[in-house]
Design a protein around this ligand. Structure first.
Ligand code: ADP
Ligand code: MG
Length: 702
């Protein structure tokens, strides 16, 4: 993006080697590099963050006669005989011995030349692997290591065990990580000395090496000192980044935006409903924030269907009443269009000019739009990230609203805010986030919460059904269709790959179409947006009664007439995601049903998770339970959660460290807001180390 190019971060020299691609490491070519990148990330630093989950102790070095079956042993042997298989099903066997007895090494499907090169007859080799007994004789099948005597020292130690991915084996990954560790420089200390001393923590590099060279199982524990230190570093980087961005927004001169309510009154009168008490309260909080001389940075949290859009509209109208403009940015074109469609008649009723800006406008239309925004004849604009493009300028932008804000990076938010003077920010999210995670992701942002659903909503009847009863489900759907129902049918996420997900959705679409000809539409992420709009429109207008979808419908789609949600392989979705999907129904006055189809047999956790979905519709409760069942690591790991990914910290274990990091970050920003002190310099390095570049930029742009 152009905007980024202009503001190229100045990463400290000392980190450059860590931010080179993994193929810059010795022994990592393109093929291995791709696998490593897929597993850990494409930069050398990503390898450092890939911590071992197990240890193999190779220090046990018995004689052959003493070697205990089942144990991992490292034994010095002399090769005596190669025994080729007589049938293809038999393994290739190499006989070895020491002065106490003989042992064979077993290779299935091995390349003979390779084995012969590795184990020449008459020579000594050090072999490590698990001892098995076969016909009363010890053997090792596919030894983990075979080295010469000279390399013995390197082998007979405790070896870290790393998580792998398909096609990547343990040895090259371990070598790559070792090479990355060699590249890791000693870094200036960013910790507060008193705190570090109290915790008994070593410096960063020592801790990093300790974590990658565990000596015992205990060293793998997340509460071991070295792991704690690294976790704290990550938490401090993230809290400091949040605090800096926040401080930047706060201290930059604000403005008081005070509408007189004349437009809001008109729109209120045009609304077919009354605001709920919590919508009302949220609007009042936002209006008060906008009137205050500081810049607003407020998060509006509200479960799906709680009615955030109209709160956003009221806030935007407040800006127009004060003579300024407002913009709403949505993560997808579908959502931007939908917001525009909802808001357009309301805006019209107040005589307010509302425009839609997506990447799809014709050149002529776009020119008109841009001119309207610049000369102020357009009051409100709804759009996608097309809004942050360089050629978009406003006469006087006073408020930006970011819908599903976690889908945007800090850069995009800052870029949109930069299009006005002292722009207020209202971020919206439908992801219910447990408190600890909230703190980790956003620090203590001002929040408004929509806690009640609009009146008249009926509870959703949620059921779990094994997929092998699909026939019955389809028959049931048939009866609902006859009664005029509209049905979402969400197809499973197979491997987060658009292509495979798509195949599943297309197949289901085909099958349902044969059953219910002319009534089924398909929507997925690979479609052109015009096709997608057409499918959506058919569903909204009721020409199609079933909408088969991949998870593209997940965010924000609003079709109040839809009353049935079918989710295939519900056990593969995160709870937050299921909750989001289920929130697509139950939006009108009619009773709705959600069918969670699962592939049997279900594991214990999966069963418990689906049970929660049956039990409650409270998004916050669901999020808390999910956190308990899956652990913060996984919740944070999922892109769906909208939370920044933590590589080293696990909030289920490190909650106290999070609190400490937050306190530390505040103190730092209070005392040294530009990070100018020597510790401040070190902290900048920390921010870059954890790729929080955007936060450092706020320091320079003042
Ligand atoms: P979300 O918070 O998920 O973005 P929306 O803003 O899309 O929710 O609102 C969901 C639906 O509820 C919309 O159809 C909207 O018109 C309707 N709605 C919003 N507020 C109210 C209310 N106070 N009373 C009745 N319906 C409402
Ligand atoms: Mg919404």
């Amino acid at each position: 993006m152009e905007w980024q190019a202009k503001h190229r971060p100045m990463r400290p020299e000392i980190l450059n080697k860590l931010f080179a691609t993994v193929t810059s490491l010795p022994g990592i070519g393109d093929k291995l590099g791709r696998l490593v990148a897929k597993l850990t990330g494409e930069h050398v630093v990503d390898l450092l963050w890939h911590l071992p989950y197990g240890v193999i102790d190779r220090r046990y070095s018995p004689k052959v006669a003493e070697a205990g079956p089942g144990s991992v042993a490292t034994i010095t042997l002399t090769v005596t005989e190669h025994q080729a298989p007589r049938t293809p099903r038999q393994p290739y066997r190499v006989w070895c011995e020491d002065e106490t007895g003989s042992l064979s090494l077993v290779f299935f499907h091995a390349r003979v030349a390779w084995v012969q090169g590795l184990l020449p007859i008459g020579e000594q080799r050090v072999v490590s692997g698990r001892i098995e007994m076969y016909n009363g004789q010890p053997q090792i099948t596919h030894p983990d290591h075979i080295v010469t005597l000279a390399e013995r020292e390197k082998l007979a130690r405790v070896e870290p065990v790393y998580g792998l991915t398909g096609g990547l084996t343990a040895k090259p990954l371990a070598k790559a990580i070792e090479a990355a560790l060699e590249r890791a420089p000693a870094l200036p200390e960013w910790l507060d000395p008193a705190w570090q001393k109290r915790q008994g923590w070593t410096d960063w590099l020592t801790a990093l090496k300790a974590v990658h060279h565990p000596q015992t199982e205990a060293d793998l524990d997340k509460s071991s000192p070295a792991r704690q230190r690294l976790a704290f570093d990550e938490l401090l980087a993230s809290q400091l980044a949040i605090t800096l961005v926040r401080n930047h927004t706060r201290t930059a001169a604000g403005r008081s935006v005070k509408g007189d309510g004349r437009l809001r009154v008109k729109v209120m009168a045009a609304l077919p409903f009354k605001l709920t008490a919590s919508q009302d309260a949220a609007v009042r909080e936002i209006i008060a924030d906008m009137a205050a001389p500081q810049r607003m940075a407020r998060l509006l949290q509200g479960d799906v269907g709680s009615g955030k859009t109209v709160v956003a509209l009221m806030s935007m109208l407040n800006a127009v009443e004060a003579g300024a403009q407002a913009a709403l940015m949505a993560p997808t074109e579908l959502l931007a269009r939908q917001h525009h469609a909802t808001m357009a008649p309301l805006a019209a009723s107040a005589g307010v000019q509302l425009a839609l800006l997506t990447g799809r406008d014709t050149a002529k239309r776009k020119r008109e739009l841009l001119a309207g925004l610049e000369n102020g004849s357009i009051d409100l604009v709804v759009g996608t990230h097309a809004l942050v493009q360089d050629d978009v300028a406003f006469r006087d932008l006073a408020l930006t609203v970011i819908d599903e804000q976690h889908r945007f990076g800090v850069e995009q938010r800052l870029a949109l805010a930069a299009k006005g003077v002292a722009v207020d920010l209202l971020a919206m999210t439908a992801t219910p986030i447990p408190r600890t995670l909230m703190l980790a992701a956003y620090g203590d942002l001002d929040t408004s919460k929509l806690t009640e659903k609009p009146a008249g909503r009926k509870p959703i009847d949620t059921r779990t059904i094994a997929l092998d009863r699909l026939g019955e489900v389809v028959a049931g759907i048939g009866r609902r269709l006859a009664a005029g129902a509209r049905v979402y049918w969400v197809c499973p996420l197979i491997e987060e790959s658009e292509i495979t997900d798509l195949a599943a959705a297309e197949e289901r679409h085909g099958q349902l179409s044969r059953q219910f000809p002319g009534k089924v539409a398909l929507i997925h992420g690979q479609m052109k947006s015009a096709e997608r709009d057409a499918a959506m429109a058919a569903f909204v207008e009721g020409r199609a009664q079933i909408l088969v979808a991949t998870t593209v419908i997940e965010v924000g789609v609003d079709v109040p007439a839809a009353t049935v949600m079918v989710i295939e392989h519900a056990e593969r979705f995160g709870l937050a995601q299921l909750h989001q999907l289920r929130g697509r129904v139950g939006r009108g006055n009619e009773a709705s049903t959600c069918l969670l189809l699962f592939g049997a047999p279900l594991g214990e956790t999966a069963r418990a998770r689906l049970a929660i979905m049956r039990e409650t519709e409270d998004g916050f409760r669901i999020a808390e339970e999910d956190l308990k069942l899956r652990g913060a690591g996984e919740l944070l790991g999922t892109r769906q959660s909208g939370l920044p990914e933590m590589r080293l910290a696990d909030l289920a274990v490190h909650a106290e460290l999070l609190q400490a990091a937050r306190d530390d970050a505040r103190l730092i920003v209070e005392r040294d807001p530009t990070l100018a002190s020597p510790r401040g310099e070190a902290l900048r390095t920390l921010l870059y180390l954890f790729a929080r570049d955007a936060a450092v930029r706020t320091l320079r742009s003042g």
